[in-house]
Design a protein around this ligand. Structure first.
Ligand code: SF4
Length: 177
């Protein structure tokens, strides 16, 4: 049987959700024969591929680069999973909305630096005006809350999807934070 093509992506997040994926530990070894990781920080792939079965997306949409990647992911992915509170609600990166984009940039790149104060616009993707969760940008198939979601929760979601079922998160599984 063909292995499921799995992608992960890191948008506006702290990488804690990816750490939680790695914390699956020996369960990853058990999953290995059934999956192929084709894109994400865990592998060396430059371009998002076609025909991805499941994409686990960490982080909120905070920059234009995230919008472009998310659109590409949606076009080439069967099941898109919003992984973690940042992807589901915008969570911590969404706190930027309380002060606004320009004041946040000014604070980070002028007030908190002594050397070469400047907005790094040439090499850093522009920020979007307001940080927002994935489902406000593209349709999301599965929402997995948690900051980060526990390995147990991630394993349940992956196992269900690999078995051809849509995961039904309820009770303890839908707690935020
Ligand atoms: Fe980090 Fe929590 Fe956001 Fe995951 S949900 S990227 S752990 S802040």
């Amino acid at each position: 049987m063909a292995r499921a093509r799995i992608a992960t992506a890191w948008l506006g997040g702290c990488s804690g959700c990816h750490m939680s994926v790695l914390d699956l530990d020996e369960a990853l070894v058990e999953l290995a024969p059934a999956i192929e990781i084709v894109y994400g920080p865990l592998v060396d792939a430059k371009e998002y591929p076609e025909n991805v079965d499941v994409a686990l997306i960490e982080g909120a949409v905070a920059a234009e680069e995230h919008q472009h990647l998310l659109k590409k992911i949606r076009q080439n992915t069967r099941v898109l999973v919003a992984l973690g509170d940042c992807a589901v609600t915008s969570n911590v990166p969404g706190m930027r909305n309380l002060v606004g984009r320009e004041p946040a940039l000014k604070r980070a790149y002028f007030e908190l630096t002594a050397a070469q104060p400047q907005i790094p616009g040439e090499v850093v993707t522009p920020l979007v005006k307001t940080v927002h969760p994935l489902h406000t940008e593209v349709p999301v198939d599965v929402f997995v809350p948690g900051c980060p979601p526990s390995p147990k929760r991630i394993l349940y979601v992956l196992s269900e999807l690999l078995a051809g079922r849509m995961p039904k998160l309820e009770g303890e599984m839908v707690k935020f934070g």
